[in-house]
Design a protein around this ligand. Structure first.
Ligand code: GDP
Length: 190
């Protein structure tokens, strides 16, 4: 059975349940763990230690189209010694989020590196979103919204700025990715 057919049958049996595995990528310290925690409604923690290894957090949401989406969000460690885990992790994901920190130009420059990594390890049909996080720190900004948008448009990526701290636009990141993924599956693209 083709993928779209398989999903149609499962939707009918399970009351439209759609699973979406999303990998968070990006330099260490950009806020990947904080975004994942904010999305699954864990309390804000100002003193998070840099992630070690990999965590998967889950949340189930009924999307605007009435579909029950179960999100599995994997938060990858930035440390060199865990880099070996990354290729298999992203290959098992349906979508990717490349995060940079709007107060850190270096993390924005490194988006290119993360994009290459995605291109080398995931299908060309994989939905990818670029996220400029820490938008609440407007006095410390090193990357403007326009600069982010320009790179995203040039690379054909979805784009949003978020604040894991205030929760601004965090849920929208995940909802949009699952909607794009579902559309692509329905159209048998992926
Ligand atoms: P990771 O290494 O990419 O997983 O980054 P973390 O989630 O561990 O965040 C690194 C630091 O940035 C922590 O001190 C967080 O509290 C802080 N941080 C993360 N997201 C935000 C945000 O949106 N706004 C602010 N002000 N701080 C943030």
């Amino acid at each position: 059975m083709d993928t779209a057919g398989a999903f149609a049958v499962r939707d009918a049996v399970e009351g439209a349940l759609f699973e979406c595995r999303i990998s968070l990528l990006g330099d260490s310290g950009v806020g990947k763990t904080s975004l994942a925690r904010s999305f699954v409604q864990l309390p804000w923690n100002d003193n998070l230690r840099t992630s070690i290894g990999m965590d998967i957090l889950t949340r189930r949401i009924v999307n605007d189209d009435g579909v029950n989406v179960v999100y599995y969000v994997s938060d990858t460690a930035g440390q060199e010694r865990f880099r070996a885990m990354l290729p298999s992790q992203v290959r098992n994901s349906d979508a990717a989020v490349i995060v940079y920190d709007v107060t850190c130009a270096k993390s924005f420059e490194n988006v290119r590196k993360w994009l290459h990594f995605v291109m080398n390890n995931m299908s060309i049909h994989t939905p990818v979103m670029m996220v400029g996080n820490k938008a609440d720190l407007y006095h410390q900004r090193e990357v403007t919204f326009s600069e982010g948008l320009e790179v995203a448009e040039r690379s054909n990526l979805l784009f949003v700025e978020t604040s894991a701290k205030t929760g601004d636009r965090v849920v929208a990141v995940f909802k949009q990715l699952s909607t794009v993924l579902r559309d692509r599956r329905m159209n048998d693209l992926f």
